[in-house]
Write a protein of this length. Structure first.
Length: 102
């Protein structure tokens, strides 16, 4: 009788170990922390302008890219600029400005 209990206990331990390993190895969804943009690009008087993320749009922008006319851009880009395009890196800023023709 004691041999039977030994095997039952061994099976339960193996099962518990297997379940613990599965739980430890199971993928978990980890949501990244929301990033704060470096800049916000907006349409100001027909030009692309760069604002700081916490800057009020009633204030003058940090920089205006005078060579980029928003009326020459595709409608989708103009709508995005009216809403404000968040920019998360200097490389992304350069890429967007090149796409806009600056």
């Amino acid at each position: 009788m004691s041999k039977r209990w030994f095997w039952v206990l061994a099976a339960l331990c193996a099962l518990a170990l297997a379940l613990a390993l599965l739980w430890m190895l199971a993928p978990r969804s980890v949501e990244p922390a929301p990033r704060q943009p470096l800049y916000i690009l907006r349409d100001v008087n027909g030009r692309v302008a760069r604002y700081e993320p916490d800057q009020d749009t009633a204030q003058p922008p940090a920089e205006v890219y005078a060579g980029v006319y928003t009326n020459l851009l595709p409608e989708q880009d103009v709508l995005a600029l009216r809403e404000g395009i968040p920019v998360y890196s200097e490389e992304e800023l350069q890429r967007l400005l090149e796409d806009f023709g600056w």
